[in-house]
Ligand binder design. Structure first.
Ligand code: 3HC
Length: 560
């Protein structure tokens, strides 16, 4: 196999220009080819801007930048690729165009040069089939921004020669990338998993379950991902998302991948994300990432004054809530014993009462309880009936236990002022408290709850009170989908973890996340989503048999 020292890149859009930068930074000579001088100039400008940014941030000195740019030749003539050892194609996702480019390359490059496609959605097998030497064709899929994200998926076909795959892996590693070698399947590893999650997020948005801002906060802060789905789809491009989503759906025909009508309408209307200046958000200028206000930007309601907050329940959650509320400047009435009516009467002046008992309703423990032995804590329904009588009509009643806000509203006679709260563990990006509302929840009460959560040092997410709210309803099926992919034998634990950590910037891969959360907890949420009213399609929430196996065997996915 010839050594790879000169690389050709065809197509200098966002991805192509990023790929040029990656190779040039890695010390290779690069020839970038575009169809017209205008596109060639645009490609050079992307490269210049990206390296300027690195210089401005002190990551690169000017001499280093000059060296990188000096390794790059930009051309409008494919013939300039004659000396390339590896050519990466990054032209638009149209099969006929790919075939045209690869047919021309067959006549231009040496017989032992490697040909790669950066396609994110088309079949490498189909791209390779009509070429003169299909054995030298592989997929080499980069992630946006290519200079930052370390993953490259190396996609092989049944004809790919092992030496070609080895050479591509070796050059990727030389560039400091993390290659993952997988077979040819719609979406490969990262996009396949990403788009299952995107489709569910789009469905929530389209159903008015949550706002775009709260959806993004839920996943960035609550799940610890680098960006929320709306911000990320705007970065990737909504047309690209639409196309990849369609390809994956045509492969799986699963309702969890069914295309979003809303996304289709946005693309048809020219709302393509950052590149067109408008997508889920509106941007200061096309191509930029600075979000500006638009008609959907929430106008914050003035929160009603709240002085006294009641907390009911003993244990860690209640105590932590009470002390954080005190730190937030509220007068706190803490009633540890929910059975004690005389103590509960002290809650009369509270504008907000939070039920935070540690209800141990774990199935195993329940099985251990002998007949007639009562569960620890007081039944939430029963407690809310009493709270409805003790407190005034304006008092907001909340529970951190998984009870339905609508039922509690009916029981307490306060349907407009009953919510469920889900306090998430902090992630590297902060902490989220989800506020589950019903269709009749009072907007002023929600404004007050947002204010309380903010004063607790967390970020509020308001959503419909449906099974799993937003964070669990999106994150857990995404993790379960990764287990399914493993079960299907498409990729290994380490490949999948590498793909999501280094291709999508996740703090850890999905299997490391499952092991941190506990497979049993992930399974319990899947079951809750499947049996409850999550609004997600059944095939999105059905637990993978392999997940069940790991729970029964009490075996982690990662480590020894
Ligand atoms: N080009 C070059 N460098 C960039 C860049 C760009 N477009 N955007 C950010 N960077 C660099 C910055 O210079 C900075 O580098 P430094 O630490 O050395 O100074 C670093 O990345 C972090 O940038 P910021 O501080 O500006 O911003 P963040 O910390 O928020 O990171 C992000 C931005 C890297 C984009 C991060 O939010 C992230 O990883 N998001 C997830 C992106 C993702 O999932 N991409 C994959 C999409 S799917 C895909 O591409 C496949 C395709 O087929 C659809």
């Amino acid at each position: 196999m010839r050594e790879i020292t000169t690389v050709g890149v065809i197509g200098l859009g966002t991805m192509g220009a990023g790929i040029v930068e990656v190779f040039a930074r890695g010390g290779l000579d690069v020839v970038g080819v575009e169809t017209t001088q205008e596109y060639a100039d645009r490609g050079r400008a992307i490269l210049q801007a990206s390296t300027d940014r690195a210089v401005a941030r002190g990551r690169l000195d000017e001499a280093g930048q000059a060296e990188i740019l000096g390794r790059v030749t930009i051309s409008t003539d494919l013939g300039d690729l004659a000396g390339a050892d590896l050519v990466v194609e990054a032209v638009p996702e149209i099969m006929a165009l790919k075939h045209e480019v690869f047919a021309k390359l067959d006549d231009i490059v040496a017989e032992d040069a490697v040909l790669a496609s950066n396609t994110s959605s088309l079949s490498i097998t189909q791209i390779a089939a009509p070429t003169r030497h299909p054995g030298r064709v592989v997929g080499l899929h980069f992630f946006n921004p290519a200079p930052v994200l370390k993953l490259v998926e190396v996609i092989t076909t049944l004809r790919s020669e092992p030496a070609v795959v080895e050479a591509v892996v070796a050059v990727s590693e030389r560039l400091g990338k993390k290659p993952v070698v997988v077979g040819d399947r719609a979406g490969f590893v990262a996009n396949y998993l990403l788009f299952g999650y995107f489709t569910s997020a789009l469905r929530m948005l389209e159903h008015g379950h949550v706002s775009r801002e709260d959806l993004d906060t839920a996943m960035r802060v609550g799940a610890g991902l680098p960006m929320g789905p709306c911000t990320l789809m705007d970065l990737v491009g909504l047309d690209v998302c639409h196309h990849i989503g369609d390809v994956i759906y045509s492969h799986t025909r699963s309702s969890m991948h069914a295309p979003s009508p809303m996304l289709g309408r946005m693309v048809t209307s020219g709302l393509l994300g950052r590149k067109s200046g408008r997508g889920f958000y509106t941007y200061a200028r096309p191509g930029g990432g600075q979000v500006v206000e638009d008609a959907q930007t929430p106008v914050p309601l003035e929160a009603p004054t709240l002085r006294t907050v009641g907390v009911v329940g003993a244990g860690e959650v209640a105590e932590e809530l009470a002390s954080r509320l005190e730190e937030g400047g509220y007068a706190v009435v803490h009633v540890p014993d929910a059975e004690d009516s005389a103590e509960l009467a002290r809650l009369a002046p509270a504008g907000l009462v939070i039920e935070a008992q540690e209800l141990d309703t774990d199935v195993d423990d329940l099985a251990d309880l002998e007949d007639g032995v009562e569960l620890p804590g007081r039944d939430v329904d029963d407690l809310f009936a009493e709270l409805g009588e003790i407190t005034g009509p304006q008092t907001v009643l909340a529970t951190v236990n998984a009870a339905a806000a609508v039922a509690l509203g009916a029981i307490s006679g306060r349907p407009e002022r009953c919510v469920v709260l889900r306090v998430h563990a902090p992630t590297g990006n902060g902490q989220v408290v989800e506020i589950g509302r019903t269709s009749v929840t009072d907007e002023a009460a929600l404004a007050m709850l947002r204010d309380v959560v903010t004063r607790l040092g967390a970020e509020p997410v308001v959503c419909r009170d449906r099974a799993g709210l937003v964070v669990d309803a999106l994150l857990v099926p995404h993790l379960n989908d990764a287990v399914r992919m493993l079960d299907e034998g498409y990729a290994s634990v380490s490949d999948i973890d590498t793909a999501l950590q280094h291709g999508l910037g996740y703090p850890t891969g999905p299997f490391a996340m499952i092991d941190a959360i506990g497979a049993d907890e992930v399974l319990a949420v899947c079951e809750e989503l499947a049996s409850g009213s999550s609004g997600l399609p059944r095939d999105a929430v059905e637990a993978s048999p392999l997940l069940v196996e790991h729970v029964l065997l009490d075996r982690p996915f990662t480590g020894a």
